[in-house]
Design a protein around this ligand. Structure first.
Ligand SMILES: *Cc1c(COP(=O)(O)O)cnc(C)c1O
Length: 234
């Protein structure tokens, strides 16, 4: 147990160092880039080790798993972003527990988030998830439908759009992967240029354990890391 704990700490430090290096190479300020610990399948105790090592942001994939672990987290000073596919009927159970929902990919979901947030007197920060690789198996709005969805979501009173999120195809080819990150950065800049009311395009969430340095080189400012912190999932 002790060994595992210090392993998580070492991993947090190693990832932070890599973030710093990638930022420096890209001529960016490392403090612009936030490290998110993606907690799926990890016990609250292990997640708390990451928090003790300096992590200030958690990423949650499943509503049920979040509800089960929520009270076990040492979450003072720690943000929680929802990053998984979200069914509208689960919004109500998580809306008062998360600080951002990164996986908004359809108007009906945005409407439910807005409605539930208003019931709690909240304005929920959200990201629009883009299916940049056009994969059948993945959530996210297709790139060509992004402007229309963004326009409609921005009109809802109970949420506030803060940026974009993407999970590019899981491929080894660096050049092809880079192409997806570049496309996302271009969409981010284009959507920012629209200067829509109630939209503050400041967050670009992309990059996971195997590709976050590359994502940072292409403008990511939230990297979502699971395995590089906690090891392979059981
Ligand atoms: C699991 C997951 C991650 C982290 O993946 P790793 O490869 O473990 O770093 C990031 N984002 C989302 C949406 C995920 O589901």
């Amino acid at each position: 147990m002790m060994e595992k704990s210090s392993e998580i700490r070492r991993n947090v430090e190693a990832v932070q160092e890599q973030i710093g290096r990638a930022a420096a190479e890209a001529g960016r300020d490392p403090s612009e880039i936030r490290l998110m610990a993606v907690t799926k399948t990890q016990s609250a105790a292990r997640v708390n080790e990451a928090i003790a090592a300096g992590v200030t942001l958690l990423g949650e994939n499943r509503a049920q798993e979040l509800l089960e672990k929520y009270d076990g987290y040492d979450r003072a000073g720690c943000g929680i972003h929802f990053i998984g596919h979200l069914q509208s009927n689960k919004v109500r159970s998580i809306v008062d527990k998360v600080s951002m929902i990164e996986s908004v990919d359809r108007l009906s979901l945005a409407q439910e988030i807005s409605r539930c947030a208003q019931l709690h007197g909240l304005v929920m920060p959200v990201l629009i998830e883009v299916n940049i690789g056009r994969e059948q198996s993945k959530s996210g709005v297709l790139p060509e439908a992004l402007p229309e969805l963004l326009g409609k979501v921005s009109l809802l009173p109970g949420l506030s759009v803060r940026g974009l999120m993407a999970i590019p195809p899981n491929i080894e080819d660096t050049v092809q992967k880079e192409g997806y990150f570049e496309q996302m950065y271009r969409h981010f800049i284009d959507m920012k240029a629209k200067k829509l009311d109630n939209v503050s395009m400041t967050i670009l969430s992309m990059g996971m354990s195997h590709d976050y340095p590359l994502a940072i080189r292409h403008g990511s400012n939230v990297v979502r890391i699971g395995r590089a912190l906690f090891g392979e999932r059981m």
